[in-house]
Write a protein that binds this ligand. Sequence first.
Ligand code: HEC
Length: 238
Amino acid sequence: MLHVDEATLRTVLNMWGPGKYDAVLFVDGKVLRPDGKVAANLLPAAFGLKGISLTTYTGWGNITYWNSFVANLEMHGKGNFSDPRLNDPVKYPIAVENHLCNVMNSPDLITPKLAALRAYQHSLPAPKPPMGSFGHQKAGKGKALFLTKVKCASCHTPPLLADNVLHTAEEIGIDDFAAMRSPTGKYRTTPLGGLFTKTKGGFYHEGRYATLAEVIDHYDNHLSLKLTPQKRAIWKNT
Ligand code: HEC
């Protein structure tokens, strides 16, 4: 499908690194970002998704859409899948070549399983941070900032800490490369439940910010928050 030999494919897959995956490569063939770094994303959280209507960092569809996409197109299960957005020769040349916008199999072994799969995924709650892993007083102050002055909650709206809305790259102050690989052209607000589990791989879709402190610095600059050194300290230390 990709018109490359196996050795080349293995080289690309080995470039992804731990915890990363590129779910779009097999439809658009893009290996590298414009800055030359590998175009793979951190695996998004599989928990805390009840009430989240946009699946993947760039909001391809709901979880049932995405399960069907993966089962039919990536895992080569036998089912029915249809998405006219993949019939775009400029954006998704490999999908067009392989008619991936409309896959039909009889019998359809995938569709009847999707409701149970979604029920299971929606039953997984976001884990709570371990006792003693953060300071309650500082967390309380940080929460107040998050909800009011700093306006994080205008997008990361409680209780899911997400708004189920897509945002442009400009709105959040990053490049649009990954967004433009999606039919939506945008980024969805990441739900922040269980965020402590992500400290290994970094934050944002491809882990561009290694620590939460870097995320805060980014928003401080981009949203001109003008956080005082004291307020930044609250956010940066646990
Ligand atoms: C305009 C809407 C918007 C505002 C305001 C906003 N965010 Fe975000 N946030 C997003 C989007 C969209 C993403 C996903 C970016 C990506 O994955 O590349 C995100 C991602 C994040 C992530 C990374 C989550 C992960 O799992 O990698 C953190 C942490 C975060 N935001 C915290 C904050 C904080 C703290 C504030 C307030 C200072 C804030 N956000 C304000 C839209 C917003």
